[in-house]
Design a binder for this molecule. Structure first.
Ligand SMILES: [Mn+2]
Length: 503
């Protein structure tokens, strides 16, 4: 009795999101190991519900994405999307696999060494889908875990045909001859050395080589023709506007990260290492169901906060330090990205308070502009940031030139689109008007170097306040509300007055 009570009261609270916990009475009985290469309802009902293909998304959602993509392309087009590959840290030591974003967006299929070909047709579906994957291999699965069979892959992921990746090159060749436009991306990481995106890399990319060299070469020659067009800008147009399901998952990702920020404020204290705060944040996110950090976190104490991408995170926190944490988790495929700044002591000094209030005031004014009705572009919001920050600084006794602001005090951009990727910027038009359903960050900052040009009491303070904002027709919606931001709330979180415990 005693032991039982002790055990139950020591258990962690059940986190708010699906993360692998269930009450004992409701532990679903499923066969182990799984027969699939990724969590599905059949194998992981605690992660994927009966209406979903991947956590948070129905098969119909993926169907709609493919349909929208094919509808945006001219007749006689095909789309070729390639999976990610396992990346290696060193020798045979691999990193945890992460699927390529566009391939994931179009299929929901989470295995490496896979590809999909979509052929535009005049059928009611609008396209034909062929999914290529590694398929079952008991010898390899004994080492690396289950893979989805071709028949399951076809049925579950709604492919007209699902077959071995060994057939990819020959199938590609057969459809190339009857297509006028081939939308395909060469994986951008492949040819860093030469900085050239050659068509050859697409087939080299799939490893190990799966069909004879000669067959690759002939397909490559076809791909090199003028038919070939980049796929990423087309998919980016769709990815820029988030669906309700995407917004829901992004809110959960931001909620997990926001609560981890609040708890890490409580956990922080002078004498701890920056690394301990990073570890604490990542632990809390993982426990809440996040699959990985969305990026290497910045945990910067004192003057380290002046380094925008400070990620060594290995100094000790001193008494009186102001801290900057830029950290976010990835949850069910979607990134979150939040920055908070707070005093290590739990109480702002007058100088920290003045500078923080200036950045916060600008940040809130900028968020209010994130509407379709404003007619503004992301770039106009950036320009407005520079004006606002100068006005705010003037009010606290820092009268700075525009040049000093943009080159020294606020040297980075104020926003970037976010979604499956942390920075969905490469195909995003910064000068296009914001549209409802876009999600962007708003992240003004001020970083004061120890220069006689600036008031001494602000020296070595670095502040950034970053939220994720859904652009609305008339009103913006902040996804990252769980992370305390107002001065009273930040002090409350640090001092344990907001109801957030450190763990
Ligand atoms: Mn960011």
């Amino acid at each position: 009795m005693f032991l039982l009570r002790r055990a139950s009261c020591c258990r962690p609270k059940i986190p708010r999101f699906r993360c692998g916990y269930a009450t004992e009475a409701a532990i679903p009985q499923v066969p182990k190991p799984s027969a699939f290469g990724q969590p599905l309802f059949q194998s992981h009902p605690h992660l994927v519900n009966s209406t979903e293909l991947t956590p948070g998304f129905t098969a119909q959602e993926y169907e709609t994405r493919r349909r929208n993509l094919m509808d945006s392309l001219p007749d006689s087009s095909i789309v070729v999307a390639i999976s990610g590959t396992v990346k290696y840290m060193s020798g045979q030591i691999f990193y945890k696999f992460r699927q390529a974003s566009d391939f994931w967006y179009l299929t929901g299929f989470d295995e490496p060494n896979s590809a999909v070909i979509l052929e535009k047709t005049s059928t009611s579906r609008g396209y034909r889908m062929t999914l290529f994957s590694a398929g079952r291999d008991p010898a390899k699965e004994k080492w690396d875990g289950a893979r989805t069979s071709f028949s399951d892959a076809g049925a579950i992921f709604r492919a007209d045909d699902a077959r071995s990746i060994d057939h990819f090159a020959s199938h590609l060749r057969s459809v190339l001859s009857v297509s006028s436009n081939v939308f395909v991306d060469v994986p951008p990481t492949f040819n860093r050395k030469s900085s050239k995106f050659t068509a050859k890399s697409i087939l080299n990319y799939l490893s190990p080589p799966l069909t004879p060299r000669t067959e690759y070469d002939s397909v490559v020659e076809s791909l090199s023709s003028s038919k070939r067009k980049p796929l990423a800008p087309k998919v980016a147009q769709l990815r820029a506007i988030k669906s309700e399901a995407e917004l829901s998952v992004m809110r959960q990702a931001a909620d997990i990260s926001g609560r981890a920020h609040a708890k890490t404020m409580r956990f922080a204290r002078p004498g701890l290492s920056e690394a301990a705060l990073a570890a604490h944040f990542e632990y809390l996110c993982s426990l809440a169901g996040s699959q990985r950090p969305a990026y290497v976190p910045v945990v910067a104490s004192g003057a380290n906060a002046l380094i925008i991408h400070y990620t060594s995170n290995n100094h000790l926190i001193s008494e009186g330090d102001f801290l900057l944490i830029d950290a976010g988790c990835e949850y069910n495929g979607y990134a979150s990205d939040i920055t908070r700044s707070f005093p290590a002591s739990g109480t702002f000094t007058p100088a920290q308070r003045d500078l923080y209030a200036a950045v916060l005031s600008a940040q809130k004014a900028l968020i209010a502009l994130c509407t379709e009705a404003s007619g503004l572009s992301m770039h106009q919001i950036h320009l407005h940031t520079c004006v606002l920050l100068r006005e705010e600084l003037k009010q606290i006794g820092m009268d700075v030139q525009a040049r000093d602001l943009e080159q020294i005090l606020f040297p980075h951009y104020v926003a970037h689109p976010i979604g499956l990727d942390l920075h969905e910027s490469s195909n995003f038009d910064r000068s296009g008007s914001l549209k409802a359903g876009m999600v962007i960050t708003i992240e003004p900052g001020i970083y004061v170097p120890p220069s006689p040009s600036f008031p001494k009491h602000f020296h070595n303070i670095g502040i950034r306040i970053e939220d994720e904002v859904v652009v609305g027709k008339e009103h913006p919606v902040v996804l990252s509300v769980a992370a305390p931001k107002e001065i009273a709330d930040v002090e409350g979180a640090c001092q344990g007055l907001l109801g957030f415990e450190a763990f």
